[in-house]
Write a protein that binds this ligand. Structure first.
Ligand SMILES: Cc1cc2nc3c(=O)[nH]c(=O)nc-3n(C[C@H](O)[C@H](O)[C@H](O)COP(=O)(O)O)c2cc1C
Length: 431
């Protein structure tokens, strides 16, 4: 078996482009409910995908008012998916800035246990002050501190996971001893942010550590990912930038004493799929037309980290109002990619809003099944990535098209599995 491309289905309720929920036959409430999640997960599993990926942030955001979003707490959602699927990986995004490492280590160990080793943690440090205000803080810590806390948080969580190794469950009925006290050990962590005794209260980790994914594009984020993560979720529009990032990631991992193959780069990939390229282009514009002007404005202001009052859809793009790259608000990575795109196209504010609506921060393909399969194969074979976080324009419909029409082409190219060869997420990733 050759190397296989990794494909996660990024569950963006309703879909990634425009306001697809407005034209969907399902009631609006469907998209924030578990039935929608189940439809996506079952389709992803039918297509032999690696995982269902849930992004998350513990605060209501501007876009939550105008489109269905991930209002469901991800551990609860994935616990249900675990019970109704058998192979697909289940990735929870959880922030190190507003969680407690013992609690989170325990939740992931439990998700791993109930899913048979299918749990993954996408760790983020979360931008902006809104989330901070839900956790008894007035504002977020400065980014370097959020990352320092993240690094220590990861040390604690992984030590806690290792404090209950698989072999610890001896279950000796003759002696009446259940856990091996020599193996289940305290961690006695004392650091700058946390003091945690351990061991973890969780079933021994029969399937090893949950998979670790990192998202966050600053130098701090990139370094932490290279040193600790099994995979990095990134935003790349251009394959040559992805090649550079993947090369750097692998070099940095090797310098940290890791096997470079043990850290995978997974850019986001937006997909608008139809029978023909022309039909796909029309589909995309139709979906963007569904977004009202006021919503386009709020979304753009939110992404740029400025007030909507500083934006006018009918005016030139306000370059003088854009915050400095080193600001703490939002993701430097996501804003920078959008700004590059706006500059490259010399577009006005409305154009910028449509670029954002079209998903300009991630790689994108609009076309027929062959075009989608060719793009995936090209990025993969030229070393731009190890796989993708797939963002389908509409869910679950777009994912059904992908599974039925693109997956067979990838299989024919010999770069995607024809059946699940393992039962765990680590196994699917070839780790
Ligand atoms: C591709 C990508 C996906 C992200 N997804 C999330 C997310 O789901 N939840 C979240 O709180 N933050 C997410 N982040 C944002 C990071 O938490 C945020 O960027 C943070 O401020 C770290 O800054 P940095 O990107 O400059 O390193 C994501 C960042 C990137 C680049």
């Amino acid at each position: 078996m050759g190397r296989h491309v990794i494909l996660n289905a990024n569950l963006i309720p309703g879909g990634a482009i425009g306001s697809p929920w407005r034209r969907a036959p399902e009631p609006a409430s469907y998209f924030v409910g578990i039935e929608h999640y189940l439809d996506v997960a079952r389709t992803a599993e039918r297509g032999l995908l690696d995982a269902v990926f849930l992004a998350d942030s513990p605060d209501i955001q501007a876009k939550d008012w105008t489109a269905p979003s991930r209002l469901l707490e991800p551990f609860i959602a994935h616990s249900v998916l675990a019970a109704h699927t058998s192979r697909i990986g289940l990735i929870v995004t959880a922030t190190t800035s507003y969680n407690d490492p013992y609690t989170l280590a325990r939740s992931f160990a439990a998700l791993s246990a109930v899913s048979g080793g299918r749990a993954g943690w996408n760790f983020v440090v979360t931008g902006g002050d809104n989330a901070a205000r839900n956790y008894s803080l007035d504002q977020a810590l400065p980014k370097p501190e959020r990352y320092a806390r993240a690094a220590e948080f990861l040390d604690v969580v992984t030590a806690l996971w290792d404090s209950v190794p698989a072999e610890a469950l001896t279950g000796d009925k003759s002696t009446g001893h259940y856990l091996d006290t020599a193996l289940v050990r305290p961690i006695e962590h004392v650091g700058q942010y946390f003091r945690v005794a351990g061991p973890l209260k969780a079933p021994p980790l029969t399937h090893g550590r949950p998979l670790l994914i990192q998202a966050g594009a600053s130098t701090h984020g990139v370094a932490l990912g290279a040193e600790t993560a099994d995979a990095v979720y990134s935003a790349h529009v251009d394959p040559s930038a992805a090649v550079a990032r993947r090369t750097e990631l692998r070099r940095h991992a090797a310098a940290a004493g890791r096997d470079p193959d043990s850290v995978k780069l997974l850019p986001g990939l937006i997909i608008v799929l139809a029978d023909t390229e022309t039909a796909a282009e029309r589909r995309e514009q139709d979906l963007i037309d569904l977004i009202p002007d006021d919503v386009q404005l709020t979304n753009l202001a939110d992404r740029l980290g400025i007030s909507p009052d500083d934006l006018d859809l009918n005016a030139p793009f306000p370059w003088d109002k854009i915050p400095d790259e080193n600001t703490d608000a939002g993701s430097r990575g996501q804003r920078a990619v959008l700004l590059d795109n706006v500059a490259a196209r010399a577009t006005d504010t409305r154009g910028a809003a449509r670029l954002l609506a079209a998903g300009s921060v991630h790689a994108k393909v609009v076309g027929a099944p062959e075009q989608v399969a060719d793009l995936i194969a090209d990025w993969f074979s030229t070393g731009a990535c190890d796989g993708f976080n797939l963002m389908l324009d509409e869910l679950p419909g777009g994912l059904e098209l992908f599974v039925d029409h693109v997956v067979p082409l990838l299989q024919r190219k010999g770069i995607f599995r024809t059946e699940y060869e393992t039962t765990t997420l680590r196994g699917h990733y070839g780790l």
